[in-house]
Ligand binder design. Structure first.
Ligand SMILES: Nc1nc2c(c(=O)[nH]1)N[C@H]1C(S)=C(S)[C@@H](COP(=O)(O)OP(=O)(O)OC[C@H]3O[C@@H](n4cnc5c(N)ncnc54)[C@H](O)[C@@H]3O)O[C@H]1N2
Ligand code: MOO
Length: 341
């Protein structure tokens, strides 16, 4: 640190906290360590008796923590994200709009491995709301070397706008096919359709077809083909997903020629969920638990479908880690471990 006259300190970095006391009114920090002195600060500094001041001199290859945080914010923040003004070397990273949070963990790890930079985020593959906090980045020392920032740039340069992003949701014209002879015959009322309807509504999507069909392979198959013909962009089939002789839904989906990505997900509840694609149209077969459990595999996968992602088998098999719902009395999903990878 170096002592210089306060009048010559514009643009310099204060080396320690400076206290101001106005008897009976105020005692506290007037200027924090690390503050960059502006023209407007000079009178204030003189008023609190500082004619000379300890400053930290930035060397050619050094950057102040707040300036570094801005540079890092520009490097880190991908599509659909922004960062707030730095304070004490820290920026908050937020979502520009409601969408699906995507994080490339291996890049995050590489950045954190450099040292001197702390980058903390939520888990990816979850819904985030507009202006919701998704991460924070802090430069640990008051002054950081330019080389360190260049290393971050090197790590991220092959993946521009990639490490941290929010994918917007796109509305999808949705068909709901409710299976179950007991529902079709009117022995019981349909309680599944409304649950699915509400979940799809969360993505501002229109239900273009809703049909109740009996447990019959051909009828279920025909309903799926009809949904495709009328322009469905997402087809959801409920019930009949287990192994009872009357459970025909998986077979019916297969018989349309759809590619089965997975029948069975390592998620509880939701283990008998099926994901398939008929050409490019996603088909989801929902087991009974989606109707009576608050949160299931369906809630994990649906946001990804509405974000336009094509679900791959590995996306599903990876869900086992963190795939056990604790069925808390008050559900805090997605603010919990469930479905986070
Ligand atoms: N041997 C095995 N049995 C079961 C397994 C298993 O792995 N091996 N898995 C269990 C799991 S997990 C679930 S979840 C359910 C899956 O059930 P389904 O999708 O086959 O559901 P259904 O049999 O069609 O119906 C179950 C229950 O819910 C009522 N239901 C169905 N749809 C409606 C509707 N639209 N409205 C109102 N109520 C509805 C239905 O009447 C049944 O009571 O399988 C386990 N079994
Ligand atoms: O499909 Mo059932 O998932 O686990 O209750």
């Amino acid at each position: 640190m170096k002592i210089i006259p306060t009048t010559e300190a514009i643009g310099k970095v204060i080396g320690h906290d400076l206290t101001e006391i106005t008897p009976g009114e105020f005692k506290g920090v007037a200027f924090k360590k690390g503050h960059i002195i502006t023209k407007e600060d000079i009178d204030h500094l003189l008023r609190i008796g500082k004619e000379n001041i300890y400053v930290i001199e930035l060397k050619e290859n050094e950057v102040h923590e707040d300036d570094a945080a801005i540079i890092l914010g520009n490097l880190i923040c991908g599509n659909g994200t922004y960062y707030t003004e730095p304070s004490e070397g820290k920026i908050n990273i937020k979502a520009k709009y409601r969408g699906l949070l995507k994080i490339e963990n291996h890049l995050l790890d590489d950045v954190n491995d450099l040292g001197d930079i702390c980058l903390a985020t939520l888990h990816g593959n979850r819904i985030v709301e507009k202006n919701g906090l998704i991460g924070g980045c802090r430069v640990i020392p008051l002054i950081i070397s330019k080389e360190k920032i260049n290393e971050v740039q090197k790590i991220l340069s092959t993946y521009p706008n990639f490490m941290l992003q929010v994918k917007p949701f796109k509305p999808l014209k949705t068909a709901i096919i409710v299976t179950g002879s007991e529902v079709y015959k009117g022995i019981i009322n349909d309680k599944f359709g409304p649950v699915v309807h509400e979940k799809v509504n969360n993505f501002n999507s229109e239900i273009i077809m809703k049909k109740i069909v009996p447990d019959d392979i051909i009828t279920i198959k025909d309903a799926i083909i009809e949904a495709k013909t009328v322009g469905a962009e997402l087809i959801i089939v409920t019930g009949g997903m287990s192994v009872d002789p009357d459970d025909k839904t998986p077979g019916a989906i297969k018989s349309t020629g759809a590619e089965i990505i997975a029948y069975g997900t390592p998620v509880l509840p939701g283990s008998m969920l099926l994901v398939a694609y008929l050409d490019d149209i996603p088909i989801m077969g929902l087991p009974g638990c989606v109707m009576f459990s608050h949160t299931t595999a369906f809630d994990i996968l649906l946001p990804r479908v509405f974000a336009g992602e094509k679900i791959k088998r590995r996306d599903i098999t990876k869900l086992g880690y963190g795939g056990l719902c604790l069925k808390c009395e008050t559900c805090s999903f997605p603010d919990c471990h469930f479905g986070k990878i």
